[in-house]
Design a binder for this molecule. Structure first.
Ligand code: ATP
Ligand code: MG
Length: 428
């Protein structure tokens, strides 16, 4: 036998029955997005490498060490598997002048790729669901997007996540803060790890994002961007806070929250939990008013968030939330092969009427004993068995037997008019 091939490390198969949990979450998201007026957008998984280098910033974890980049063999183009999707959405919106008649609200779901060390909640192919509101400058949309997350947590039964909020202000405010930050870290150079030393002059803000425990107290005492914000930035933050307050949504202002990409300004936020170890951020987002311009589009403000599907599902599991995954309405028990044509005719009629029917599949040796068929019917979770016995078929009928309710009598139903009684099998 040939050596068995395996999936790439950090890239997972999503198999049944687990895949039902994914579909359940995706359905909840579609309903949520419709409620908030966000339309679906789908962009390519492969983009020009330059999009991420220019969009995310050269001195970021993603661009420095996490991107899957390669050269197109046909023409030498530099390409990258998308590590996130905000840049791709922005490219698409600019390329197709989607903002020509005003702002747009969009959402996406799909795989992202980052070369990281695989561990619980951190994979090389992972999935994000994201929402972006483009062309809107006001704090109202920031607040709407945050409230939308809370609404999703409620819809899926996710508790134990809390909101952290910060403002990154505007570029000139960041520059003043940056000078103070560099001066501070230079005074404490001996306490910086090699990553931080390297970033001291290229991107000192990123040092605040360090996961190195040895640097926590140093970073804790560093100059805070919040103290450098001007009146307009503070007003924007206050307006977001006022909406959250009015909606009873509590949050913590975290002055160290800087996020992993360079493109953010003003509002940034994260939804975090203590239950997933160091992979505790389930969702992150913020405003990125300069990104569109940065990648060559007509300047327009924007704000959005992205959540990690694996982390959300992991947290739900941790919390014991069991999404209801649908069982078939009926299981078709087919005692002998001769019954198959008539049985399938009826089953197709029921399916056309909206009934989900799992057909007993016969092996090469025939359909198998009634006992084994009923065992499978039971295990399927179906509420009814449709029994295509010889006597019933001869009378043009099928027996309908309730599997979950011993009191409910077995009944006979006509083979030739499934639409007339299909509703009996649907969920009460
Ligand atoms: P972290 O600090 O955990 O590396 P991040 O800041 O890199 O996260 P973002 O780029 O903001 O993450 O992506 C948004 C969300 O996507 C994260 O909050 C997380 O839930 C999820 N995510 C990011 N990277 C991964 C990964 N490698 N595997 C699984 N989920 C991920
Ligand atoms: Mg990361």
């Amino acid at each position: 036998m040939a050596q068995a091939l395996k999936a790439i490390k950090g890239m997972n198969d999503i198999l049944p029955p687990d895949s039902a949990r994914w579909e359940w979450l995706e359905d909840k998201v579609r309903t949520l997005m419709a409620r908030y007026g966000y339309a679906n957008i789908r962009t390519p998984i492969v983009e020009p490498t330059a999009l991420f280098v220019r969009g995310l910033g050269e001195v970021t974890d993603i661009v420095e060490k996490e991107m899957y980049s390669f050269e197109d063999r046909m023409n030498g183009d530099q390409l990258t598997l998308r590590p996130e999707n905000t840049a791709g959405v922005v490219r698409a919106v600019a390329e197709h002048s989607l903002l020509y008649d005003g702002g747009k609200r969009v959402y996406y779901m799909g795989p992202m790729f980052r070369h990281e060390r695989p561990q619980r909640g951190r994979y090389r192919q992972f999935h994000q669901i994201g929402a972006e509101a483009l062309g809107f400058a006001g704090p109202d949309v920031d607040a709407e997007l945050i409230l939308m997350c809370r609404s999703l947590w409620r819809d899926i039964g996710l508790s134990d996540v809390r909101l952290e909020l910060n403002s990154l202000g505007q570029p000139e405010e960041r520059r003043a803060h940056r000078q103070a930050l560099i001066a501070y870290f230079e005074r404490h150079r001996d306490q910086l790890d090699t990553d931080a030393q390297r970033r001291l002059h290229s991107n000192p803000l990123r040092i605040l994002d360090t996961k190195n425990p040895a640097m926590q107290s140093l970073v804790e005492a560093a100059p805070k961007l919040m103290d450098f914000l001007g009146e307009a930035s503070l007003k924007h933050l206050d307006a977001v806070k006022a909406v959250l307050d009015a909606n009873g949504l509590s949050y913590r202002i975290n002055p160290r929250l800087v996020r992993g990409m360079d493109y953010y300004n003003l509002t940034v936020f994260e939804w975090v939990t203590d239950r997933l170890g160091s992979q505790g951020t389930v969702c992150g987002g913020g405003r990125y008013d300069y990104l569109i311009e940065q990648i060559g589009g007509k300047p327009a403000p924007a704000v959005g968030w992205a959540l990690g599907v694996e982390r959300v599902l992991e947290l739900l599991k941790e919390l014991g939330v069991q999404p209801d995954t649908p069982a078939p309405h009926a299981y078709a028990v087919i005692p002998q092969a001769g019954a198959l044509p008539r049985a399938l005719q009826l089953i197709e009629g029921l399916r056309a009427a909206g009934v989900s029917v799992l057909m007993h599949a016969a092996g090469k040796e025939g359909p198998g004993s009634m006992k084994s068929q009923f065992k499978k019917a039971d295990a399927s979770g179906a509420r009814f068995a449709l029994v295509f016995g010889e006597d019933e078929l001869a009378q043009g009928q099928v027996a309908v037997k309730a599997l979950r309710d011993a009191q409910q009598p077995q009944v006979l139903r006509p083979l030739d008019d499934p639409a007339a009684w299909a509703a009996e099998l649907l969920d009460a």
